[in-house]
Design a protein around this ligand. Structure first.
Ligand SMILES: *Cc1c(COP(=O)(O)O)cnc(C)c1O
Length: 423
């Protein structure tokens, strides 16, 4: 997984741009992404897949900024979406509807209708009720809905329980032992066109073994279906390949495909992948500034201007993300700090027990923040959301403005005066 952040004479650069220049120009906190890293990470997939028929559907939920989607779309990416909001983003970014797969276990009828109208590649269906609703919705439009059944292959992805999705007890997909029945029902529905099978076993997988296990289980089912004359055009193994946040050893996309593709040799089905984190995480960073330094008997705190509303991962699942000074501070002693935000929750931290040489006013860089960063941010504590910036070589583009105080109350309404009831 590529990152394009490097240190040069003590200062951090993304591509050819000093991160201190970005912090000074746009203020902090802010998100910054490298267009070159996005391209390299996407191309790692296309080159590893070689001539095998494939469709790489970038998982929009990991970073849905329209300039990110536009960059990937221009490289030929398809998209994995989980809502009509993500669908509209892809369309705005110039994405090709015929390369979109629609995941998610709670699609509404109106979301289905919009996706049918624009002609997406496939609905990844997660329950029998969803299949019934999709058939009805397609029938009302006199269309056929292309469908893949998301099966739960019951493999252990060995990842954090919140991001493990392929075990029997998880809420996702249809039990692989029951999938045959669902396929048979689907194949009898007038407005359903059965075209594929999919799974997604979890996120931040460091090892490719679980993907291989899952693929082997899917292939058994695909062959059983073929005996019933239910022939599939594609096999979608989902996303989930991990990235290095600290010192994890992660198998590369090349390793992954070297193990996976032999299982598909002599088979004609298109391989669909839904990578998110492995494309965006290490293409991005979040910049923040130290407001105050505070110490007590036990701890030193670096209180920064970014908080859990800006970056939730450390608070939500104790994620470890690297934090470094953007520029070396001369003559400042190294100490161990908890890097915390100003939000009124003890869970509001970006990192604990970090060795840093910092003083008030210094800028810090939070690494690997390109995935599940801005997209999970909120206005908690009425904090405007941070801007997003794209670096490309020595060019810098503002791709989302910092929210304003007006943005915070947009759509809200005061009650009319004298409207309170007298009880
Ligand atoms: C989240 C998700 C992905 C992407 O996962 P990453 O770990 O970011 O690669 C792909 N497919 C589905 C169905 C998902 O829910």
């Amino acid at each position: 997984m590529h990152t394009t952040i490097s240190r040069n004479n003590g200062d951090l650069f993304m591509e050819k741009v000093a991160l201190s220049d970005i912090a000074n120009q746009f203020g902090t906190p802010c998100y910054v992404y490298s267009r070159t890293a996005l391209k390299l990470n996407f191309e790692a997939y296309t080159s590893a897949l070689g001539n095998h028929p494939h469709l790489i559907c970038y998982a929009v939920k990991s970073n849905s900024n329209i300039a990110v989607l536009q960059t990937l779309s221009a490289l030929g990416a398809g998209f994995d979406i989980v809502s009509v909001g993500e669908l509209e983003r892809v369309l705005i970014a110039g994405g090709d509807p015929s390369k979109i797969v629609f995941s998610g276990l709670g699609k509404t009828s109106s979301e289905m209708r919009r996706a049918l109208e624009v002609g997406i590649h496939c609905f990844n269906v997660e329950s029998e009720s969803e299949l019934v609703l999709l058939n009805e919705t397609a029938s009302a439009l006199s269309l056929k809905a292309p469908v893949s059944i998301r099966v739960n292959p019951d493999v252990n992805a060995n990842t954090h329980p919140y991001i493990s999705t392929g075990l029997k007890e998880d809420k996702f997909g249809i039990d692989i032992n029951h999938a045959m029945t669902v396929y048979q029902n689907a194949s009898l529905m007038n407005n359903i066109d059965v075209i594929g099978i999919d799974c997604h076993i979890g996120s931040q997988l460091t090892d490719v073994r679980p993907f291989v296990d899952a693929m082997n289980r899917l292939l058994i089912l695909v062959d059983q279906l073929a005996e019933l004359k239910i022939n599939l055009n594609h096999i979608d193994i989902g996303g989930g390949l991990g990235v290095r946040y600290r010192d994890e050893s992660i198998q590369s996309v090349d390793d992954y495909m070297r193990e996976l593709l032999p299982l598909l040799a002599h088979r004609s089905e298109t391989l669909v992948l839904e990578p998110g984190r492995s494309i965006t995480a290490n293409a991005g960073a979040m910049l923040t500034q130290v407001q105050f330094i505070k110490s007590n008997e036990h701890k030193n705190f670096a209180i920064v201007d970014a908080a859990m509303n800006d970056m939730l991962r450390p608070s939500l699942y104790q994620a470890w993300m690297d934090i470094q000074s953007i520029s070396h501070s001369m003559g400042v002693d190294e100490k161990v700090y908890d890097v915390v935000g100003p939000v009124c929750e003890s869970g509001d931290f970006l990192g604990k027990d970090r060795k840093l040489s910092v003083k008030e006013g210094d800028h810090l860089c939070l690494f690997s923040a390109g995935s599940y960063g801005f997209v999970m941010s909120s206005n908690y504590n009425s904090r405007p959301r941070a801007p997003e910036i794209m670096v490309d070589g020595d060019n810098v583009f503002l791709i989302r403005q910092r929210e304003t105080i007006q943005d915070l109350t947009r759509g809200e309404q005061l009650l009319p005066v004298n409207s309170s009831s007298n009880c």
